[in-house]
Design a protein around this ligand. Structure first.
Ligand SMILES: NC(=O)c1ccc[n+]([C@@H]2O[C@H](COP(=O)([O-])OP(=O)(O)OC[C@H]3O[C@@H](n4cnc5c(N)ncnc54)[C@H](OP(=O)(O)O)[C@@H]3O)[C@@H](O)[C@H]2O)c1
Length: 283
């Protein structure tokens, strides 16, 4: 386990319900954070979650909720500003768990081509941009404790082999840069709009490509942020009983949450890995 440190702060996005709620709760009861901050796009839902969570936390652990809409640049910046005010100087974040995401239901009548942009904007582009906004605070923690962490809640749906061998090679390249990854994801969107994504080697899953992109981003940050003492891992909670799965998943969300809590709290975490069923798995 991470050693206890006074002032250790964890931020969890999309924490008002489902898996994110339990990630925040479990980080809070772990005894290794002093302050848990829930990022929620609807503050009233966030405050309600906080009211349920607080009695379950040790009395020494502070929990707060701040408004955060992933995919809205202004909201990302205002979240950081409000967080800095809340924490006071020198503000730092020890653990960021990027959990908030969307998935269109199979029954949703929105055409596939119209689901692409909103899915990528939240699950990939917004999550990447929000993380970039938070990196100065994570680096600050890395400087002080030499142990700062990002956990990206991805999915098995982001598996690499859904791509053609050529695209697999590009996404898994150990020299892939963030601008190159963003361009690849933009290309997927263009190919979907042109009706050519299948023939060009992409899968037929907006959600799958959004999570694949997030796993690729995890590996890039793991390489780039190593010197800043930040480990970056991705996780899959498994098929869980939440609103996202229309409660069809068999796994309780508190069990799924453990796959993000493990890399967020374990001693000597690896970096750039993908956790599923509480083990490091091949992408
Ligand atoms: N459930 C599964 O079987 C499963 C499987 C694999 C991976 N996952 C991943 O696990 C994570 C949690 O999923 P879940 O099942 O707990 O989903 P969920 O019950 O639908 O909860 C999603 C959370 O994300 C928030 N959110 C969505 N869009 C947001 C945005 N733009 N900005 C800020 N917050 C946003 C939601 O807020 P609102 O309450 O305001 O909507 C909610 O708090 C997601 O990353 C998901 O892709 C889930």
């Amino acid at each position: 386990m991470m050693t206890t440190a006074a002032g250790r702060v964890a931020v969890v996005t999309g924490a008002n319900k489902g898996i994110g709620y339990f990630i925040a709760l479990q980080l809070g009861v772990s005894g290794i954070f002093e302050h848990i901050v829930l990022g929620c796009r609807d503050v009233s839902r966030g405050e309600a979650a906080l009211a349920t969570m607080k009695p379950l936390l040790p009395s020494t652990v502070k929990a707060s909720c701040l408004p955060l809409t992933i995919g809205d640049s202004q909201s990302h910046l205002s979240f950081r500003t409000k967080l800095e005010e809340l924490l006071g100087p020198p503000a730092k974040v020890d653990v960021l768990v990027n959990n908030g995401a969307i998935a269109f239901k199979n029954s949703d009548p929105t055409p596939f081509t119209e689901q692409t942009k909103p899915t990528l904007d939240i699950n990939f582009r917004g999550t990447v941009e929000f993380t970039e906004t938070m990196l100065p605070l994570l680096r600050q923690a890395g400087k002080h404790t030499r142990d700062s962490r990002i956990v990206n809640v991805a999915s098995q749906s982001g598996y690499l082999s859904q791509l053609s061998p050529e695209l697999q090679q590009q996404f898994a390249s150990p020299t892939l840069t963030m601008p190159e990854l963003k361009a690849l994801i933009d290309q997927f969107e263009k190919d979907v709009q042109a009706g050519t994504h299948i023939s060009k080697g992409w899968s037929n899953s907006n959600y799958g490509i959004s999570k694949l992109g997030l796993i690729a981003a995890t590996k890039i940050w793991a390489r780039e942020e190593a010197t800043n003492q930040i480990t970056v891992n991705a996780s899959c909670p498994g098929y869980c009983d939440t609103d996202m799965s229309s409660h069809k998943g068999p796994r309780p969300p508190e069990e799924g949450a453990k796959n993000a809590v493990l890399p967020a709290t374990m001693e000597n975490p690896p970096t750039g890995e993908f956790f599923s069923d509480l083990k490091v798995r091949q992408w």
